[in-house]
Design a protein around this ligand. Sequence first.
Ligand code: SF4
Length: 248
Amino acid sequence: MNHACTTTSDEGLEAIIEEILASESWDEASLDRIQRRHPKDGRGFFNKREILARFRARGRGDEALFSERLRTCPTRSVSGVLPVTVLTKPFPCPGRCVFCPSDVRMPKSYLSNEAVCQRAEANRFDPYLQAWGRLQAYRDMGHPTEKVELIVLGGTWSHYPVDYRRWFVKRLFEALNDFGAGRDRRDAVLRFAPDFRREAAAEAVRGKYNRHVGRVLREARESAAWERCAPSELERVQRENEGAVSRC
Ligand code: SF4
């Protein structure tokens, strides 16, 4: 028997929430079954973000328990620590390793078809945008965001200027500090970040990675001026993070 029926958005979301709360047993397919029973105005299904947003708007109920049932991948935060992975910007590498990928839109050795790379590219490799956006995505999926493990990927870390490295870590701490405090300063970032997306596909510039990436960076001198941080400034935000809501 097909239980599916078409309802308004409000009715559909409410029905989904009530079923989730009322279910006595729960397995990996439970949510999928409930979503299919209450399609979205005849056009596909409500996603987890919509369901969680509606639940939060109700202003009642145990969000931690509810979120537990929505999580696609509960193991992400099963230890209570949320991994937030970010990428450094494309940067010339003195290495000459022949098998190393040379995708000029990416830090050396990374390929733009990986999910984490695409997220970084969409955020112009800015550490603040990447970390803040990732925390937001996790929170929207119902994960706790209090304890965070920052994972920095990218080209060879020691080849980046020390100013850039310090600034990168400082901005990660600032993203955590701001996110936990409900501050969103992402709008202040984009005008500084260089845009690597306009670069040609990797195939077009194979073997010329350093030249192409170096040119984009030279053209974006404004961002190089922005990517600086005194040691004392890094220490300050790191100390602030020790008492922040989202801690690393
Ligand atoms: S990123 Fe590493 S593997 Fe690739 S060229 Fe540089 S040193 Fe070699």
